[in-house]
Design a protein around this ligand. Structure first.
Ligand SMILES: *Cc1c(COP(=O)(O)O)cnc(C)c1O
Length: 368
């Protein structure tokens, strides 16, 4: 780890290797591993993360949108890429760039067949998504006959896989519901196979599903947050390594008198003689305004420095009255020791939101 001289997101690719190998060690050898690299690989860098995982022989990638898949293809990624939430306006591009759509409704299926036929495709891989209780995207069990009829009428596409998504795989209190989802999915898969005579592969588990529901790994698993170092439980967090460290530096220190105010709208008033440090990171970099007014803190020389007053677009001011520090000292927002998950608890959000919020303005550096 190097000392930050500006605001940087440092990404440790050896931690990524560790997390990938740890998660893979939970799988049967024949189970495929799909790495979810949507949203800039959860706020890190999708291209570098995907290149690294490709070298480790990951089987599949997933992104949310076509544009994200195009960025990976532009960077030379050749591994298959599932697009979880494509919009039909982008289907031509999707096919041109060898991206594979999640198809979740008869309307979207019709639209995709139209484009695939117009481009004279044959057996273009698609992935059929079923809703088993999340009620977000997906076909119903009763759609199977219609889907199969449409598949039989065209040579343009091929159902490579069937999948669904768990609503609460991290929550032991919801274990009955998760089991219900697993059983619903198995019923759907059986019915689909019987109706169509096809045997697409099946996948259901996200990271917490991998950890908590070994019996549901099926032919492939889809992991996002685990690769980036979070296991959605204190015990699993210990075995994973957060790959990203968000760091900055003290630009200026001020000594202020009692009753002076700090920042926009004068939201903080000092209670005595105090020292404040100004840090070049603000809400445009991903430090949400919710962290202002001492709801959040940064780490300076191993001590918590609360954020004073309102978070500005490009800066925050923190209280360093009781911290031995000087201008140019390093500031840690989160890293492997000071986790985004503890920060997230104090702000009533989840690690997913903290890490994916680091804006593209923040320079990424890579440890290899
Ligand atoms: C984002 C996403 C995942 C990854 O979930 P994690 O909890 O981050 O492992 C898997 N499947 C689908 C459909 C997703 O949208």
């Amino acid at each position: 780890m190097s000392k930050a001289l500006e605001t940087v997101l440092e990404i440790d690719l050896s931690a990524l290797t560790h997390n990938f190998k740890y998660l893979k060690s939970k799988l049967q050898p024949q189970t495929k591993f799909l790495a979810v690299v949507k949203a800039f690989a959860y706020g890190s860098d999708s291209v570098e993360v995907a290149k690294h995982l490709e070298k480790l022989n990951v089987d599949y990638f997933a992104v949310a949108y076509v544009k994200e898949g195009v960025a990976l293809r532009d960077a030379g990624i050749e591994t298959p890429i599932l697009v979880l939430h494509p919009q039909s306006i982008n289907f031509r591009t999707l096919i041109e760039r060898c991206l594979e759509p999640s198809i979740y409704s008869t309307h979207v299926l019709d639209e995709f067949i139209k484009v695939a036929e117009a481009q004279a495709q044959s057996n273009y891989p698609i992935h059929l998504k079923f809703n088993t209780g999340l009620n977000r995207l997906g076909f119903k069990e009763s759609d199977i006959e219609t889907i199969v009829a449409k598949l039989k009428k065209t040579v343009s596409i091929k159902a490579t896989s069937l999948f669904s998504h768990l609503a609460a795989s991290e929550d032991p209190k919801e274990a009955d519901f998760t089991t219900l989802q697993i059983n619903r999915f198995k019923t759907i898969a059986n019915l689909f196979e019987k109706t169509s005579g096809l045997t697409p592969w099946l996948h259901l588990c996200n990271t917490s599903g991998i950890i908590n529901y070994t019996e549901a790994h099926l032919d492939m698993v889809r992991s996002g947050i685990g690769l980036y170092g979070f296991g959605n439980s204190a015990e699993e967090d210990k075995k994973l390594k957060p790959i990203a460290s968000l760091k900055s530096v003290i630009s200026q220190i001020h000594s202020i008198e009692k009753d002076e105010t700090v920042g926009y709208n004068r939201a903080y008033t000092s209670i005595g003689t105090e020292r404040t440090a100004t840090i070049p990171i603000g809400h445009a970099d991903g430090i949400n305004r919710i962290y202002g007014n001492e709801n959040g803190y940064v780490i300076i020389n191993n001590k918590e420095a609360p954020i004073l007053g309102n978070v500005c677009m490009d800066m925050i001011m923190v209280n360093v009255t009781n911290i031995d520090c000087k201008e140019g000292d390093e500031v840690i927002i989160f890293n492997a020791d000071y986790k985004a998950s503890s920060l997230s608890n104090s702000a009533k959000t989840i690690s997913y939101e903290i890490i994916t919020s680091v804006s593209q303005r923040v320079k990424r550096i890579f440890l290899r």
